[in-house]
Ligand binder design. Sequence first.
Ligand code: FCB
Length: 454
Amino acid sequence: MTPIEVSKSQFPEGFVWGVATSSYQIEGAVDEGGRGPSIWDTFSHTPGAVDNGDTGDVACDHYHRWPEDLDLMVDLGVASYRFSVAWPRVMPDGRSVNQEGLDYYRRLVDGLLERGIHPLMTLYHWDLPQSLDVGDAGGWLSRDLPDRFVDFALVLGKELGDRVPSVTTLNEPWCSAYLGYASGEHAPGRTDNTLAYRAAHHLNLAHGRAAAALRDVLPPSADVSVALNLHQVQAASERPEDLAAAEHVDLIANRMFLDPMFGGGYSDQLRATTAGLTDWSFVRPGDEAEIGVAVDSVGLNFYNPSRVGVGPGAPFPGTHRAFYADIPGPRTVMGWPIVPSGLTDLLIRVQRDIGLPIHVTENGLGAHDAVEDGTVHDQDRIDYLQAHLGAVLAALQQGVDVRGYYVWTLLDNFEWAWGYEKRFGLVRVDLADQRRTLKDSARWYAEVIAKHGL
Ligand code: FCB
């Protein structure tokens, strides 16, 4: 890494300021416009799956209110909007195209371009068409899914590729695989460690095949990427068994994706550390080469580091050999430790291991947000964002090629298994009447953007 001149408070020229959202978390309108059901509709309607029995049925009603929401982005001054496409809106049964769904995303993208906002389109942020998750071997356990995903990617690439310069294949395949199939906290709610590895491999293959297929339909200048929630893993102690647990987690949670995407294939170390967890029989000759197709940049989602050891504690998803250990210090209401330096360390590691331009595609604070005088004085969120932007600056000063930062998230929304109670938005959404109100953090972010610095 060659350190470049970066001031302590100013971001480099061209650094992109953004906000991120995802389709199921904000759109609502689950049975409008020809949309089919997704695995998250099914899961959120399963008793006990989501806090309070909350669902994404209405969410922020963004499907109808998107022009107002895009205007809010203009008020903030953001340069880029990271959104995701609901696969079941575009392909209700996962296979045939619903033009009405495509038209919706075309209007959204045109609305962004008219407002001078750069669209960053994520193809898959977890809302798989329900019809692709049938039976015990359905969903991401199915070897058919990567090709279904390629079809979906090509539909979007052909329809919107002329106007969407940046396309991300998958958001956080770790969550899809390990929370969806091992811990069961996410749709489709399966709870078998072994299944997570098969699902992760099929997600990797879907990414590689779709990235390759997109090249044929996108303009040569397009930026194709994947967004990963890599874990900044720390050992609970210097004891050899805790160090080994941390190494194990780095392999199953990080290198499970990094090895095949950027390292030439699943490493011997990864295969060795998963003995007893999976036999890897789902990997076929040629798969790893397909997964390793070149991408242009990588998205990194970061909230907190993870400390692990041999226990006691909650098991780390997908394994029985590592358990979460406490990280002393402040925590968010999600229970997530607040350690901004973890982001600097992770950015340095990603730069070293991958060497591609990086965008921080998610970072933000979940809180209970009290309403006072009709607004939210969320100094806690401002402090969190400020400290993490400081961590990005520290990485830039050490030569890491960070090109942009997206706050998670624009609007208070459906926070998966936690429902609506824990809020991440820069903008408060009143769930009773859908009224939007800028929080203090939104005004603060607008100032950071205007100053291009802290
Ligand atoms: C990430 C998800 C995003 C949001 C944040 C808080 O794992 O990608 O949808 O839920 O966490």
